[in-house]
Design a protein around this ligand. Structure first.
Ligand code: CAA
Ligand code: NAI
Length: 707
C-alpha cells in the first residue's frame, strides 16, 4: 500500500504532504510516513527547510481515535514529534482547516507555524477523557505561557488563527488561501533571513514566570474542578502542565506526561467519552438516508409562538432560515414575537451577536402573522401548538389544504401519536415528528419521529435541517413519549417510589447530581412545572393499569396547594423571593410523612449508591424495551438522547454504555432483586435477559448493520 505521506521539492524547500482523508488523522501509516520523510529531509542536501502540510480539507485533526483502547503500533506520535523537533534544519508547519490534538502537537514540535486565516487550532483531548500526549502539555506552556495553555488544554476549545497568533502559538497568519503556498513562502523567508531552527523544548522564559507565581496551580486546579464536575481529565491535564514547570528538564516532563496519558487512556471515562464522540456521529446514519434525498428547505413555518415555538424560531433564524411564525390572534403573535426578541436581546447582551445583526435578522428573516394562509409557500412547517390531539388534528387538517405539494409537515409533539396526526392529511408520507427540547434554541437534541408512512425524503429533510441548525438529530419510532420522555417517565417514577419508601426528594436529587447530572429529577420537575405531570396523571387515571404502583400522591398534594414549582415560588423545594436555587421545604417532608403513614409504609434509608442503582436500572431496563420494540435503532441512539437532551454526563457515555461497563449481569441482577418488591414495574426487558444469556452486551448491537 502506498504511503499517505509524499515528499517533493519546491526549490530549496522540501514539501511533506499528508493525504489521509477525511481529516488526515495521524494513523500508524501517517506517523511512519512522517518519520521517513523527516529522515529523508535530513539527508537531502538540496533542501534547506521543510514544510509539513495536510492535503484536502485540513491539517491533521489529531490522533486516529479508532486506534484508542488497542495497543498503539510503532512509531508512537511523541517520538515522531521529537524527531521533527530534533531535525537539524528548520521545519515549518503550514496549517489550514482544523489542526487539533496530536495534529497541533506536531505543529508545536515544528520550529515555526504559519496558518491560513480560516484555520483553527486546539487541544481538544480533554473532551475525549485524555490529555495532549505528544508533548502538548510541555510545549504549549513554553510558547503561550502556563495560564493560556491551561485554558486551552482544559477547555479543549478550538481557537481561530488570529487568537492563536496573539498567544504566540502561530508565527504568522498568511494572506494565502493555499496552505502549501503559505508554508513555502514562509520557509523562503526563514532561509532568506537565515533564521535557523527554533526547538520549542529550549524555550524556558514563560516557565520561569510560572515558577514565580506560587499560587498559580492552586488557582488553576480550583477553576478546573469547578468546570469538570466529576470529570477526571481536566485535573490530570493540569498535573501534566505542572510537570512542565517542576520537572528537571524537558524529557523528564515528557515522561511524566506519558505516565499521566497512559493512566487516562486506561480509564472508563476515556472509553465513555470516545463512545460519545463516535455516537454523536453514528446517530446521523439511518436507513432512510440511503433511500431518500433531502428536499430543499429555505422557508419554514412555525405554528405557535409559546415556549417551544419561539425557541424553535430562534434556532432556525440562527441557522439562516426564513421563518414565518403563526399564532391564534394579535395578542398571541405579539407575545411570540417579543419572546423571540427578548432571547435575541440576551444574545446581544452576552456579545453573541451585534444589535445590528439582531435587527437585520428580525427585519429580513422573521415574519409574524395570524394567518395560516401565509404557510402556502413554505418548504417545511413545524407545529408547536398545545399538546392536545384535537388541536393538532385541526391544525394538520388545515395544513393539508394550505401547504404546497412536497412541503414537509412536522409536529413538535412530546407524546402524541404522529401516525394519528398524519392520518388527518391526504399526504401522510409528508408528515413526521420533529421533537425539539426546551429551551429549543440551546438544547442540541432533536428527536426525529418517523411515522409509519413518512417518506425517506421527508426523513432526510428533517436530518438535514437538524444538521444545519446545529442539532443532533436522532431517529425514533412512534410510541408514547418517543425515546427520551418514555425512558424519563420510568426514572421519574422510580424517584417518586424512592421517596415514598424512605428517601427525601433532596437525597434523590443529591445522589443524581453526585452521579454527574446538572440537576436532580425533583429540581427538574420544579423547573418544568409540577402541574404538567399532575395534569397528565389525572388524564391517564382512568386507563392506569391496576398493577401499577401509584407513588405520586405526595406530589399531587403539593400541587393541590397551588404549588407548582419555581414559577409559583414553591413546589418540592421552596423558592423565597423568586430564588432560582430551591431550599429544602419542611412542609414537603411533612406531606411525604403523612402519605407514608396513610399507606403503612415504614421509611427505609437509601444510600446514594442505592438510589443510583435503582435510577439507572429503571433507565436501562426501559431503554432495552425501547430497543426491542424497534423504537430506537441502536443502544447508542438512546445514549445520545440522554446526553444531548437530559443532561446525562458525557463522561459516563449514556445509560446503555454505563450498563455495558457495569456488566449486564449485574444490571439484570439488580432488576431481579427489585422485581421481588414490584414485579410489574421491574419486569426485566426480554432483550436484556437474552443478551445476558448470550454473554453479549449492548455495544454488540451498535455494531450491527442498520437496514
Ligand atoms: N480519528 C479518527 N476519525 C476521525 C477523527 C480522528 N481524530 N476525527 C474525525 N474523524 C472521522 C469522524 O468520525 C467522521 O467519520 P465518519 O464520516 O465515518 O462518521 C469523519 O472523520 C469526519 O468527521 P466529522 O463528521 O466530525 O467532520 P467535521 O467536518 O464535522 O469535523 C473535525 C471535523 C473538527 C476534525 C471533527 O471531526 C473533530 O473534532 N475531530 C476530533 C478532533 C480531536 O479530538 N482530535 C484529538 C484527537 S486525540 C489526540 O490527538 C491524542 C494525542 O494527543 C496523541
Ligand atoms: P405553550 O403553551 O407555551 O405554547 C403553545 C402556543 O400555541 C400558544 O402560544 C398558543 O397560543 C399557540 N396555539 C395554540 N393553538 C394554536 C393554533 N391553532 N394556531 C396557532 N397557534 C396556536 O406550549 P409549549 O410548551 O410551547 O408546547 C408546544 C408543543 O411543544 C406541545 O406539543 C408540547 O408538548 C411540545 N413540547 C413542549 C416542551 C416544553 O418543554 N414545553 C418540550 C418539547 C415539546
Amino acid at each position: 500500500m502506498s504511503s499517505p505521506v509524499s515528499y517533493s521539492h519546491d526549490g530549496a524547500i522540501a514539501v511533506i504532504t499528508v493525504d489521509n482523508p477525511p481529516v488526515n488523522a495521524l494513523s500508524q501509516a501517517v506517523r511512519q510516513g512522517l518519520s521517513t520523510a523527516i529522515t529523508r529531509f535530513e539527508g537531502d542536501r538540496k533542501a534547506k527547510a521543510a514544510v509539513i502540510v495536510g492535503a484536502g480539507r485540513t491539517f491533521f485533526a489529531g490522533a486516529d481515535i479508532k486506534e484508542f483502547g488497542k495497543p498503539i503500533a510503532a512509531p508512537g506520535l511523541p517520538g515522531v514529534v521529537n524527531e521533527i523537533e530534533a531535525c537539524s534544519k528548520p521545519v515549518v508547519a503550514a496549517l489550514h482547516g482544523t489542526a487539533l490534538g496530536g495534529g497541533f502537537e506536531v505543529a508545536l514540535g515544528c520550529h515555526y507555524r504559519v496558518a491560513v486565516s480560516s484555520a483553527k487550532v486546539g487541544l481538544p483531548e480533554v473532551n475525549l477523557g485524555i490529555l495532549p500526549g505528544a508533548g502538548g502539555t510541555q510545549r504549549a506552556p513554553r510558547i503561550a505561557g502556563v495560564e493560556a495553555a491551561a485554558d486551552l488544554i482544559t477547555s479543549g476549545r478550538h481557537i481561530g488563527a488570529g487568537e492563536a497568533f496573539e498567544l504566540g502559538l502561530i508565527d504568522e497568519v498568511s494572506n494565502e488561501t493555499d496552505p502549501t503556498v503559505a508554508g513555502v513562502v514562509f520557509a523562503g523567508l526563514i532561509i532568506g533571513n537565515d533564521m535557523g531552527r527554533r526547538p520549542t523544548r529550549d524555550m524556558n522564559a514563560k516557565l520561569e514566570d510560572a515558577r514565580a507565581d506560587k499560587e498559580l496551580f492552586t488557582r488553576l486546579r480550583a477553576a478546573a474542578r469547578k468546570k469538570a464536575r466529576g470529570q477526571l481529565s481536566p485535573l490530570v491535564c493540569i498535573d501534566a502542565i505542572e510537570a512542565a514547570v517542576t520537572s528537571r528538564d524537558f524529557d523528564a516532563g515528557l515522561r511524566k506526561e506519558r505516565k499521566l496519558f497512559d493512566k487516562l487512556m486506561a480509564s472508563d471515562q476515556r472509553e465513555a467519552l470516545i463512545h460519545a464522540f463516535f455516537g454523536e456521529r453514528a446517530v446521523g446514519k439511518v436507513p432512510e438516508l440511503a433511500k431518500g434525498k433531502a428536499r430543499e428547505v429555505n422557508k419554514i413555518g412555525v405554528i405557535g409562538g409559546g415556549t417551544m415555538g419561539s425557541g424553535i424560531t430562534i434556532a432556525l433564524l440562527n441557522a439562516g432560515y426564513q421563518v414565518t411564525m403563526v399564532e391564534r390572534d394579535d395578542a398571541a403573535i405579539a407575545a411570540g414575537r417579543s419572546r423571540v426578541e427578548a432571547t435575541l436581546e440576551g444574545g446581544v447582551a452576552r456579545g453573541k451577536m451585534s444589535g445590528e445583526q439582531r435587527d437585520r435578522m428580525l427585519a429580513d428573516q422573521f415574519h409574524g402573522t395570524t394567518s395560516m394562509n401565509a404557510l402556502a409557500t413554505v418548504d417545511l412547517v413545524i407545529e408547536a401548538v398545545f399538546e392536545s390531539m384535537d388541536v393538532k388534528k385541526d391544525v394538520f387538517g388545515q395544513l393539508d389544504k394550505i401547504c404546497k405539494p412536497g412541503c414537509v409537515l412536522a409536529s413538535n409533539t412530546s407524546y402524541l401519536n404522529v401516525n394519528e396526526i398524519a392520518a388527518m392529511t391526504r399526504r401522510p408520507e409528508d408528515v413526521i415528528g420533529m421533537h425539539f427540547f426546551s429551551p429549543a434554541n440551546i438544547m442540541r437534541l432533536l428527536e426525529i419521529v418517523v411515522a409509519e408512512k413518512s417518506h425517506p425524503d421527508v426523513v432526510a429533510t428533517a436530518f438535514a435541517v437538524a444538521r444545519k441548525a446545529n442539532k443532533v438529530g436522532i431517529r425514533s419510532g412512534v410510541c408514547d413519549g418517543f425515546i427520551g420522555n418514555r425512558v424519563m417517565g420510568k426514572y421519574l417514577r422510580v424517584s417518586q417510589m424512592l421517596v415514598e419508601d424512605g428517601a427525601t426528594p433532596y437525597e434523590v436529587d443529591e445522589a443524581v447530581v453526585g452521579f454527574g447530572y446538572p440537576m436532580g429529577p425533583f429540581s427538574m420537575s420544579d423547573l418544568a412545572g409540577l402541574d404538567i405531570g399532575w395534569a397528565t396523571r389525572k388524564r391517564k387515571a382512568a386507563t392506569r393499569d391496576p398493577r401499577e404502583r401509584y407513588a405520586s400522591d405526595w406530589i399531587d398534594r403539593i400541587c393541590e396547594q397551588g404549588h407548582y414549582g419555581q414559577k409559583t415560588g414553591r413546589g418540592i423545594y421552596n423558592y423565597p423571593e423568586g430564588a432560582r436555587k430551591g431550599e429544602h421545604d419542611p412542609d414537603t417532608l411533612r406531606i411525604i410523612d403523612n402519605v407514608r403513614g396513610e399507606k403503612n409504609i415504614t421509611a427505609r434509608k437509601f444510600s446514594a449508591d442505592q438510589i443510583i442503582e435503582r435510577y439507572m436500572a429503571a433507565m436501562i431496563n426501559e431503554g432495552a424495551k425501547v430497543l426491542q420494540e424497534g423504537i430506537a435503532l441502536r443502544p447508542v441512539d438512546i445514549d445520545m438522547v440522554q446526553l444531548f437532551g437530559y443532561g446525562h454526563p458525557r463522561w459516563r457515555g449514556g445509560p446503555m454504555k454505563y450498563a455495558d461497563m457495569q456488566g449486564l449481569n449485574s444490571i439484570l441482577a439488580s432488576i431481579r432483586k427489585f422485581e421481588t418488591e414490584d414485579d410489574w414495574f421491574w419486569k426485566p426487558a426480554q432483550l436484556l435477559v437474552d443478551l445476558v444469556d448470550r454473554g453479549e452486551n449492548f455495544d454488540s448491537l451498535n455494531k450491527r448493520e442498520i437496514s
